[in-house]
Structure formats: C-alpha cells, structure tokens
Design a protein around this ligand. Sequence first.
Ligand code: SF4
Ligand SMILES: [Zn+2]
Length: 326
Amino acid sequence: MLTGRSFYQTMNETQDILISDQWIVSRRGGKNSVDPRRPYAMLVEKERAITGETEDTAIIFLTNRECAFHCLMCDLWKNTTDVTIPVGAIPDQIEWALERMQPAKHLKLYNSGSFFDGRAIPEEDYPRIASLVSHFETVIVESHPKLIGDRCLQFRDMLKPELHVALGLETVNPDLLLRLNKRMTLQDFTHSVSFLNSHGIRVRAFILLRPPFLTEEEGIYWAERSFDLAFRVGVECCTVIPVREGNGAMDHLLAQGHFSRPDIRSLETVLEYGISLNAGRVFADLWDLNLFSSCPECFDGRAKRLNEMNMNQILPAPVECTCLQD
Ligand code: SF4
Ligand SMILES: [Zn+2]
C-alpha cells in the first residue's frame, strides 16, 4: 500500500499554507471556452436504479455561472462563465441536449455548482425545466448543502418525475473538511439531508477518496467513516470519487508532497465496504480510472470488477496480481 505522512503530521507541516478562496483561485489556469446556450457535455450511462434494475441515465452537464464556493479539490469552474447567464439559457440547453440524446429513464442535471443557487439557475426557469423533463422517472440535481431550502420544494412541486438531490459530503473528518474550504460543517450536511428527507426528497452524497493531507490508509479510513455518517443520517446513495489533481491548487499540493492520487485498489476497498453495509446504493466514480492504477497487468480486471460492483452491488472475487505485494 502507498503510504505517506499522516494527517496530523501533514497538518502541522502545512499550517503555513492558508487555504483560502484567494489561495485556491490564484493557482488556477484558464477556463475553457463555453457557450451559455449549450451544455458543455452530455452522455447516457447505465446506473443501478433504486428498484435494483440497471437503467439508462442521461447526464447533461449544463454550462452555468461559476459556483460561489471555491473548494480546494474542485475543477468544475473550468467549464463555467464568470457572469450569470440569461433567463432561458438553461432550459434552452436542456431542450437542445434532449433532442440529441438517446432516451433514458433518469436524468441528471449537473450545473458545476448548485442548482438551487438563484444566481446560477433563476427561479423563472423552473417551470420550463420541469416541463422539458416531465417524461423522466427521476431527476437528480446537485447542490451545496447550505443552499438547500424552500427553492427545492418550489422546484419539486413543479416536477412530475421524482426529485433526488446530490450533496457533497466530501469527508467526515471535520479538520479536513475545513481545509477543503467547503464552508460547511457536518451539522449543515445533516440538517440538509433531514430537510430533504422530511419533504420526501431522496439524497445522494459525494464522498472523496483520499483528499489532500492524508496517507492512503487514512484516505480509506475517512471514506469509510463518511459512508457510515451518510447512511446514518438518511442518505440513500453514495458515490465515492477518487481525488485527482488538475485544478492548480491540487497540483501545487501534489508537487509539495501534500497530496497523492489514491490507488485503484483503495477504491475497491472502500466500495466493498460501502456495499457490505447494505444501507443504500454505493457507486465508485470511474471517470479517468486509469489515473489511479500503476499496474497494466490488473487494470482491466479491476476496472471490470468496479463496474460490476456499481451495477450489481455485489462483491465479485478479488483480482489477483503481483502488485498486491507492493
Ligand atoms: S460546492 Fe461543489 S461545485 Fe462548488 S466549488 Fe465546491 S465542489 Fe465545486
Ligand atoms: Zn496489478
């Protein structure tokens, strides 16, 4: 297993790095060129639904105003605008995408920030969005936990599909959560989940695997504790995201030895743990999965195994490889 300096050693060594909005933003490169009338990406993928069936899920990556938060590990700002986009632009993007995508039962509307941020998606757009997506069974949007409130209910009341909300929990290590500049406490997260659940809205949580300042073992430990809390407070589905560099701030921490990418084997370990809890759906984010493997011998086998775990929520036989002796 890869190791490194422990969380508390690293915390002591890096007290001089004041991780602020300004520190994070000043390390960024340029944004990509985006068109406010077009989504910057879209795809249809298979996902295990709450019914247990594997079903097509469409994802529209909406071009939107940059998120008001500046989390240390986030690179979603790359495909955003600096200013609020006009009323009507978000429904136009959805309409344009749906005309071109293959049919699916479920839809994720991801806007690189918070769907319920009024400066990102104006309330005036809710009725047209609701009408455009009325043929889906489920609509999933994302939000910062602090922006959960009456707007969610307003949107839900217009929707025919069932509304699910994805919230970034990131980690239950409170000191680390502070350093991620998420501007959220675990209490904020818990309150938001309770609020949504009390109004019949299901919640999925994003959990990070090995944020900066952690050893590989600590990364596994905190991801597992994050599953524990998420399910305990009422989350229905968790997605674990292996952390990577690429946003400037993370590259700086990587170069300074305060961050290393997690290993694909750790992703298997935490997914196995999450599935074994039998408390809700558990997924691993498999985007750019090859970044997390240094062994060409077993990468394909591990990728297949992770996909099988995502789809079937079972624990297939482990992949045997000489890299296990690292
Ligand atoms: S709240 Fe989400 S989108 Fe906004 S900076 Fe944090 S991780 Fe990125
Ligand atoms: Zn191997």
